[in-house]
Design a protein around this ligand. Structure first.
Ligand code: BG6
Length: 489
C-alpha cells in the first residue's frame, strides 16, 4: 500500500462513468472512512467549469440516505467531500493541459510535510479515442518522482486481439504492468468475489463442480432497457464486446479455475489464465444473435437516431464455450446476454446431470444458482420428499438470500471495492495483460465473422421484441446443449 499523501486524479471527470460510478464510489469510501485521511481528489476534463460547478456535477448521482436518521451525518460527509475535490480543465492531446494539472498537483502537495511521499493515482474514465494520448501525457508531465504512481484504466481495450495488443503495447511503453490497474467492474461485484469462497471453502461444492456431475452451465446477463442515448457507442462494439468478452468471461474464469496456490494476485490470475487458455475460440455454429425491435411503445434498436441505418449489430447473443481440461471437458458453458429484455438479472446457473437409475428417475435436476444481481443470492435446488403420507419427490430450494441473511451489512458496489483495492495496491481483482490477451483470442474469430471483416456477409441477427425473453430460438439454443428448463429457469 502507499504510505503518505495520495492524490487521486480522475480524467474524464465530466463524463458519464465518472459521474455515475467513480465519484459516488469515492464518496461512499470517504464517508465510511476507507480513504487515506489526507487524500485529495482532482477532476480533469475538457469542459470549463468553476470549482463549484464541478462539485455539483461530481456529486449529482450521489443518493441521500434512505433512513432519514442518517441525513445529518450524510450532509456533513458531503460537505467534507466537497472540500477535498478540485478541478482542472484542459485538452487530452496537448502537453499544456497536463502542465496545468501538474501545477495544481504541486500546489496541493506543497502543503504537505517535507520528505513525505507524494503518491498519485490516475483514473482514466475516458473514451478510447484519447486513451493512449492521455496515458502518455500523464507519464510525461505528471509522473511523481517522489512517490508511487498508479494508472487505472477501463474497457474498451481495443476491438479484437490485434487492436488490443496495439493499445496495450502503447500503454506499456509508458506504464509498467505493476503500475497498471485494468478494471473489469464485474470482478468487484460481491457475488463474483464470493465464487472463490463458495468453490474453495466448501468440500460439498468443490466435489461436484466438474464434468462428472455437471450437465451444463448458463451465465445469463439480462437488462430491461435498450441502448437509449448510447446507441452510437454501442453500435461500434455490440453486446459481445460490451459484456461477454469481459464481464461474463471473468465470472466464468473464477467459476472454473483450479484452486490458486495462495490468495496472492499473481497466483489467482495464473489460474484464471490457465483455464482461459483451455477454451478454444467460439464457433459460429455455437452462436445465436439477436437485435431488439419496437414493441409496446418502446423503440427498436434501429429506431435510435445515433445507430447507423440497417445496422446488424447484435444486442443479444447466446454463445457456447467449452473448456478442454480434465475437470470440464465436454461441459457446455452457455453465455447469454441481451439488452431490452423482460427483466434485469445476472446469474450463474450450474445444472447437474440427471439421476439416471435407481428408485428415482424422471425427477428434476439439481441446480446451483448464484444470483449476481439484483438481490444477491445463492441457492441450491434439490429434490425433497413432499411432506405427507405419500412418497413423492418435489423440487425445493436451500436458499441463501443476502437481504435476509445479512441484514446489517450493506453490500458494497463494485467500483467501491475496486477503487479501494487500487488505493491499497491489491491487484487480485484487476485484469492482467496476458488474461486480456487470451480473452480476446477466444472471441476474436466470432467477432470478425459477425463484423464481416474477412469480406464475408454479416450474419443477420434474429429480431426480438423489446421487453421479451430474447429471440424465439433462445430456449431451443440452450436445450441443444443439454439445458433442461425447470419451472423458473
Ligand atoms: C458495462 C456495459 O460495462 O456494464 C453496459 O458497457 C452495461 O452496457 C454494464 O449496462 C452493466 O453493468 P452492471 O454493473 O449494471 O451490471
Amino acid at each position: 500500500a502507499f504510505i503518505g499523501e495520495t492524490v487521486f486524479v480522475v480524467l474524464g471527470a465530466s463524463g458519464d462513468l465518472a459521474k455515475k460510478k467513480t465519484f459516488p464510489a469515492l464518496f461512499t469510501l470517504f464517508r465510511q472512512g476507507h480513504l487515506p485521511s489526507d487524500i485529495h481528489i482532482v477532476g480533469y476534463a475538457r469542459t470549463k467549469m468553476t470549482p463549484e460547478e464541478f462539485q455539483t456535477r461530481a456529486t449529482s448521482y450521489i443518493k441521500p440516505p434512505k433512513n432519514k436518521e442518517h441525513q445529518a451525518e450524510f450532509e456533513t460527509a458531503l460537505a467534507g467531500f466537497h472540500k477535498i475535490l478540485s478541478y482542472v480543465s484542459g485538452p487530452y492531446d496537448q502537453d499544456s493541459g497536463y502542465q496545468d494539472l501538474e501545477k495544481h498537483l504541486r500546489e496541493i502537495e506543497s502543503k504537505r510535510a517535507k520528505g513525505e511521499k507524494r503518491n498519485r493515482i490516475f483514473y482514466m474514465a475516458l473514451p478510447p479515442s484519447v486513451f493512449t494520448e492521455a496515458a502518455a501525457g500523464l507519464k510525461k508531465n505528471n509522473y511523481s518522482t517522489e512517490g508511487g504512481n498508479r494508472l487505472i484504466v477501463e474497457k474498451p481495450f481495443g476491438k479484437d486481439l490485434e487492436s488490443c495488443r496495439e493499445m496495450m503495447s502503447a500503454l506499456k511503453a509508458e506504464w509498467a504492468e505493476s503500475e497498471t490497474y485494468r478494471i473489469d467492474h464485474y470482478l468487484g461485484k460481491e457475488m463474483v468475489k464470493n465464487l472463490l469462497v463458495l468453490r474453495f471453502g466448501n468440500i460439498v461444492l468443490d466435489a461436484v463442480l466438474n464434468k462428472n456431475s455437471v450437465s451444463n452451465v448458463q451465465i445469463t446477463f439480462k437488462e430491461p432497457f435498450g441502448t437509449e442515448g448510447r446507441g452510437g457507442y454501442f453500435d461500434e462494439f455490440g453486446i459481445i464486446r460490451d459484456v461477454c468478452q469481459n464481464h461474463l468471461l471473468q465470472a466464468l474464469s473464477v467459476l472454473t479455475m483450479e484452486r490458486p496456490v495462495s490468495f496472492s494476485a499473481e497466483d489467482i490470475r495464473d489460474e484464471k489464465v490457465k483455464v482461459l487458455r483451455a477454451i478454444p475460440p467460439i464457433k459460429p455454429q455455437d452462436t445465436l444473435l439477436g437485435q431488439y425491435v419496437a414493441a409496446d411503445g418502446k423503440p427498436g434498436y434501429l429506431d435510435d437516431d445515433t445507430v447507423p441505418k440497417g445496422s446488424t449489430c447484435p444486442t443479444f447473443a447466446a454463445l457456447t464455450l467449452f473448456i478442454n481440461n480434465p475437470r470440464w471437458e465436454g461441459v457446455p458453458f452457455i453465455m447469454k446476454a441481451g439488452k431490452a429484455l423482460n427483466e434485469g438479472k445476472v446469474e450463474i446457473r450450474v445444472q447437474f446431470k440427471d439421476v439416471t437409475s435407481g428408485i428415482f428417475t424422471d425427477i428434476a435436476r439439481d441446480e446451483l444458482v448464484v444470483r449476481i444481481q439484483p438481490d444477491e443470492a445463492v441457492y441450491l435446488k434439490l429434490n425433497s420428499k413432499l411432506p405427507g403420507l405419500i412418497t413423492k419427490a418435489v423440487p425445493t430450494e436451500l436458499n441463501l438470500n443476502y437481504s435476509e441473511r445479512f441484514t446489517d451489512v450493506e453490500v458494497p458496489q463494485a467500483y467501491e471495492a475496486l477503487i479501494l483495492d487500487a488505493i491499497k495496491g491489491d491487484r487480485s481483482n484487476f485484469v492482467r495483460d496476458d488474461e486480456l490477451d487470451v480473452a480476446w483470442k477466444i472471441f476474436t474469430p466470432i467477432l470478425h465473422w459477425i463484423d464481416g471483416v474477412d469480406g464475408g456477409e454479416k450474419p443477420k441477427p434474429e429480431p426480438y421484441a423489446y421487453g421479451s425473453r430474447g429471440p424465439a430460438d433462445s430456449a431451443a439454443f440452450s436445450a441443444r446443449y443439454g439445458f433442461r428448463r425447470t419451472e423458473e429457469g
